[in-house]
Ligand binder design. Structure first.
Ligand code: 1DF
Ligand code: MN
Length: 345
């Protein structure tokens, strides 16, 4: 760790939360007013379990000071890009969520002002109120210096391919900042068969939910409407890079057969949008063969490092990533310059 490195390590999907938001989660867990089994499964564990892992994560997620900086130093992370942890404000009613997005963005900006070389961050918005969300994204970028927006997949079972949400995309495109589509547990409509085998969260359900969300977006034509819109996916693209061939083949057949009003012809192949409008981080996937595949398919300029602190805080991983068989140039892109370019750090 002490030998000087010719690159900075920037980790690009790092979770945080305010104590206020954790208290609000606690109230939802007690009142059971939210209709979202995935939420109770995930946050019932982090928020209420006495297991050492749950207690530890619950404390680390709320620390944006000394302890987090010490953890970063311990494994050689120079900078974290902070994302309000999933599901963020998206479980609350629209006025509550809109207000909470504003207050957490202010909180995040204050944290970054204290440690401007160690932290940058993405804005939270409440898709429940799309126009207010677009306005908050603009404020967060232009006045607070945040670098884009995180949306934690479905919002109470709704997906962003519904045009009522597209003001958010218009704002992101106009501001030239990326939308990080971060996972959530599967929507209430799809979570049931995941639950009894504990498959609803990071083991698999996150990717099933978020991959579905991305496919809905692509097929909807949103990237024909907003051709310069940029998305970032964690977890090496939630499995989608493995599907490039098959999604194109099958999508062409569905369009030709005119099977559904919901599937209109696109200007490009589905895989083209994944190659041209999307960037990928390695959160939770520090596995060289898979990283090399995504780099080869999407380009070295589209794949960047993420740890997914505190959920995947494994110090050895950083050393494994340092040891990847990459040229010096590609390694610097992977750890540092891609993130600097995409998030304008
Ligand atoms: C977990 C993983 C939780 C990720 C997360 O946020 C999260 C987990 C609540 O391990 O339960 O962001 N993740 O992105 O892989
Ligand atoms: Mn994450």
């Amino acid at each position: 760790m002490s030998t000087p490195r010719p690159y900075k390590r920037i980790a690009t999907e790092e979770g945080w939360a305010t104590p206020e938001m954790m208290q609000m989660y606690g109230k939802v867990l007690e009142s059971r007013t939210l209709q979202d089994p995935g939420f109770y499964s995930l946050w019932g564990f982090f928020g209420q379990s006495q297991s050492p892992r749950a207690r530890d994560l619950y404390e680390r997620i709320q620390d944006t000071g000394a302890r987090r900086l010490a953890d970063m130093d311990a494994c050689g992370i120079d900078m974290q890009l902070l994302l309000l942890t999933s599901p963020g404000v998206q479980i609350f009613d629209a006025p509550t969520a809109t207000a909470l997005a504003i207050s957490t963005n202010d909180h995040l900006a204050a944290t970054i002002r204290q440690h401007p070389t160690r932290f940058a961050g993405l804005a939270a918005v409440a898709p429940q109120a799309p126009q207010a969300a677009a306005k908050e994204l603009e404020r967060a970028v232009q006045q607070l210096g945040l670098k884009g927006v995180v949306i934690n997949s479905h919002t109470q079972g709704e997906y962003l391919d519904d045009e009522k949400f597209w003001d958010i995309f218009a704002a992101a495109e106009a501001l030239d900042v990326p939308v990080y589509l971060h996972p959530n547990t599967p929507s209430p409509q799809m979570v049931e068969p995941f639950l009894s085998r504990c498959l609803d969260a990071a083991i698999y359900g996150f990717a099933a939910e978020t991959g579905l969300h991305v496919m809905r977006l692509i097929v909807s034509g949103v990237f024909d409407r907003f051709p310069r819109l940029k998305f970032v996916l964690g977890h090496l693209g939630e499995g989608l890079p493995y599907w490039l061939y098959r999604m194109d083949f099958m999508h062409a057949g569905i369009v030709r057969s005119n099977r559904s009003e919901g599937v209109r012809p696109l200007r490009k192949k589905p895989s083209d949008y994944l190659r041209e409008n999307f960037y990928y981080t390695t959160s939770g996937m520090p596995w060289e063969p898979a990283i090399r595949f995504v780099q080869e398919q999407m380009g070295h300029d589209r794949v960047m490092y993420a740890m997914d602190y505190p959920y995947q805080y494994v110090a050895d991983e950083v050393a494994a990533m340092d040891g990847m068989a990459l040229s010096d140039e590609h390694k610097k892109m992977f750890f540092q310059t891609n993130a600097e370019t995409i998030f304008k750090l």
